[in-house]
Write a protein that binds this ligand. Structure first.
Ligand code: E4P
Length: 241
């Protein structure tokens, strides 16, 4: 399973990128805005550079499907690791599957975003999406269990040999991450604050503290034995004289 960062915060990205656990990045216009990245082109190019070969998802900023195609073509020229995020429908409920299909046929990688149901996920995969982003937190907002959607989509993709990968996003708690991992997510995109929570544990800190204290005591013991040996040696040379 892969882990992506769901962020545009350069400081946080740098912190986690160098720890060997991050396989890619997802952003959206809200994340960019929250993290102070107002110039999408400059911001995306900078993020793509930081990630090297690893995929970086950048979302189109229009509700018009023809403009989505035009924007995606421009984004794809910014860097070789750009993945274009296309919503499964636009805000008027019009299908964006045709956009996904056109881009796929042109060799542009698509992350179909804002997926909230099994039906949307399988249609996105059929249209040619490289990634299908299931928004776990938003599925749960509506009283549905995201693990059921994730598990069913994963089973369907595997059964029919689709290569599309499930990205689980909209993470609200550390528990969402565990649940998505066990339900069959190929990738979970995680806001940095949850990675900090995942790695930490109060009792691990206490355990390491205890080991460090004992290591210090052992060093003190060695120093004492050595100093006793030196005193003994100097005492015996005095008595021989
Ligand atoms: C994933 O790709 C999205 O950027 C993100 O997880 C959306 O989640 P939200 O529900 O916090 O907006």
């Amino acid at each position: 399973m892969q882990i992506f960062l769901d962020s545009a915060n350069q400081k946080e990205i740098e912190k986690w990128l160098h720890q060997g656990i991050i396989d890619g990045l997802t952003t959206n216009p809200s994340i960019m805005f929250k993290d102070g990245v107002y110039d999408i082109e400059k911001g995306a190019q900078n993020l793509c550079k930081m990630f090297g070969e690893k995929p970086v998802s950048v979302e189109v900023t229009t509700n018009d499907r023809e403009e989505m195609v035009q924007q995606a073509r421009v984004f794809a020229r910014w860097a070789q690791n750009v993945v274009v995020k296309i919503p499964v429908i636009n805000e008027d409920g019009e299908s964006c599957l045709g956009v996904i299909n056109t881009l796929n046929r042109e060799g542009i990688l698509v992350n179909t975003t804002a997926i909230l149901s099994f039906n949307q996920a399988i249609l996105a995969a059929k249209a040619g999406a490289t990634y299908v982003s299931i928004f776990a937190g938003r599925v749960a907002d509506e009283g549905n269990d995201p693990t059921v959607v994730i598990r069913n989509v994963r089973q369907w993709l595997d059964a029919w040999d689709y290569t599309a990968k499930i990205i689980v996003g909209s993470i609200r708690t550390v528990m969402d991450i565990q649940a998505a991992a066990l339900a069959g997510a190929h990738i979970i995109t995680i806001p940095p604050q949850f990675l900090a929570k995942m790695v930490d544990h109060k009792y691990t800190r206490e355990t390491v503290h205890q080991f460090n204290l004992d290591a210090e005591k052992a060093l003190a013991q060695i120093a004492e034995v050595r100093s006793n040996a030196v005193s003994a040696a100097s005492g015996s040379s005095v008595s021989k004289r």
